[in-house]
Design a protein around this ligand. Structure first.
Ligand SMILES: Nc1nc2c(ncn2[C@@H]2O[C@H](COP(=O)(O)OP(=O)(O)OP(=O)(O)O)[C@@H](O)[C@H]2O)c(=O)[nH]1
Ligand SMILES: [Mg+2]
Length: 438
């Protein structure tokens, strides 16, 4: 195995950046980088790091001795100042002592190959990093921290025990001993029911990580960009008293009450001869179909116009908002779902609450235990299919050899889940999508 390094934090200016280095001999080369200063395993040190005899940074250093490390190999981590200049100097110094740049997922792949984690746990590392809300964190944690693997191993062992009974029956039945009776069908049924329950507690990552897109629409100058900025808590979109200010879609991320959304500001709608503005308006209207929730921002109590926007949304949930209540009277009569002032912030708690509860989709963490991927779901289906076949064979008096073989196949699907059985191409599929440094 080569010794690899990677930046584990984004390549952007920040307070600190973290480098990971892993592979045989990395401790020896580390000494060259810190001018032979010593270090203790697992202890935090501050050390000067040098490139071509020039001090590049005084940085935090933690050294790990394999197998007690993330990858299972000798490794170390450096916590340096997060400047682009420092990052590039470290990269040069690491290359200077012969370390190679890691590819995406290299560290987690090594952890799997060195038996530090199972394959489904390695997949969950990426799922946890991709998680966008509390549900994602809880469910990918369930998969990552071993609970899911433990369940799978128990199912695999139980399948083996049943298969051993079937094989004993094949081998010794002519000696008058009984290893199998009616209870075996019962035991397989029970196992299958528990497996079904386990599978029911798994939710596909695709369902879980669906981003909630919120789109702001409305007539020109109603204050959409001001509402957008107020929701975000900072001035992201341009605001002006000139109608038609927003011409393009502007987006940002919003975190609120353990949920995250992508929120989009759009061009105000009016009859216009300005070609660029017209294109912006068409874009806003076409974006409605991509949205999971639309917020209509209005200044006037124009019921016909509000209904028109609601109609454009079709099945997409729509919230009608009266803005500028600091200068206009509150319109009652149930036309608006909520009334706000982007200028003073009044009414925004209610609006944020409506956004969170306004989505049609969304899963509850109480309903599931683990996040899984298509690969897992396909293997689950295969296990269930084989168990059905086994039960059918036993009921119709098929040969026991066939039953034993099917039980072996079901077990091998479970082995694939945790990675006791894997191909290089499968590892490629899994780890190639990881970010560098993970
Ligand atoms: N008094 C008051 N003025 C507001 C409020 N919200 C927005 N405005 C003003 O209304 C004008 C238009 O605001 P924008 O946020 O640019 O409106 P918009 O809907 O994005 O406009 P377009 O992008 O041109 O369609 C600006 O002068 C804002 O300062 C509010 O709650 N109260
Ligand atoms: Mg605007």
């Amino acid at each position: 195995m080569s010794t690899v390094f990677a930046l584990a934090t984004p390549p952007a200016k920040s307070a600190i950046c973290v480098f990971r280095v892993s592979g045989p001999g990395c401790h020896k080369h580390l000494k060259k980088l810190i001018k032979n200063k010593g270090f203790n395993i697992g202890q935090f040190h501050v050390r000067g790091f040098f490139y071509n005899d020039v001090l590049i940074d005084k940085a935090g250093l933690v050294v790990f001795k394999g197998p007690n490390s993330y990858t299972g190999e000798d490794s170390f981590e450096v916590y340096a100042h997060g400047s682009l200049g420092v990052m590039s100097s470290f990269i040069k110094s690491f290359k200077g002592v012969g370390f190679e740049e890691a590819v995406g997922g290299e560290f987690t792949k090594r952890a799997f190959l060195n038996n530090k984690i199972s394959l489904n746990e390695a997949e969950s590392v990426a799922d946890l990093i991709d998680s966008v809300d509390e549900v994602g964190v809880t469910l990918s944690g369930g998969s990552l921290f071993g609970e899911m693997s433990k369940n799978i191993v128990v199912f695999a062992d139980e399948l083996d025990q049943i298969r051993v009974r079937v094989e004993a029956e094949i081998d010794f039945s002519d000696e008058g001993q009984e290893y199998m009776d009616e209870s075996i069908v019962n035991d397989i049924n029970k196992l299958k029911n528990r497996f079904d329950l386990f599978v029911g507690g798994c939710v596909n990552k695709k369902v879980c990580s669906q981003k909630n897109n919120v789109l702001l629409v409305g007539p020109v100058n109603s204050g959409k960009s001001s509402v957008f900025n107020r929701l975000l808590g900072f001035e992201r979109a341009l605001v002006s008293s000139v109608p038609g200010t927003t011409r393009d879609i502007v987006s940002s991320e919003l975190f609120y009450e353990s949920s995250s959304f992508s929120i989009f500001d759009s061009a105000g709608v009016r009859n216009t001869s300005d070609v660029v503005e017209k294109a912006g308006i068409e874009l806003s209207l076409s974006e409605i179909n991509q949205a999971d929730l639309v917020i209509g921002v209005f200044e006037e109590n124009d019921v016909v116009l509000i209904k028109k926007f609601k109609g454009l949304c079709g099945d997409v949930p729509f919230i009608s908002v009266q803005n500028k209540i600091d200068i206009s009277p509150l319109f009652d009569g149930g036309v608006f779902d909520c009334c706000v002032s982007a200028k003073t912030g009044e009414g925004f708690d209610v609006l944020k609450g409506l956004i969170v509860s306004g989505f049609k989709k969304g899963i509850k963490k109480e309903d599931y235990k683990y996040i899984v991927r298509d690969r897992h779901e396909n293997l689950f289906k295969s296990v269930v299919g084989v168990l059905d076949q086994v039960l059918n064979s036993l009921n119709t008096g098929e040969s026991l050899e066939l039953v034993a073989e099917d039980l072996k196949i079901a077990r091998s699907f479970l082995d694939e889940l945790v990675g006791r059985k894997f191909s290089d191409s499968l590892l490629g599929d899994i780890f190639n999508n990881y970010c560098i440094g993970k």
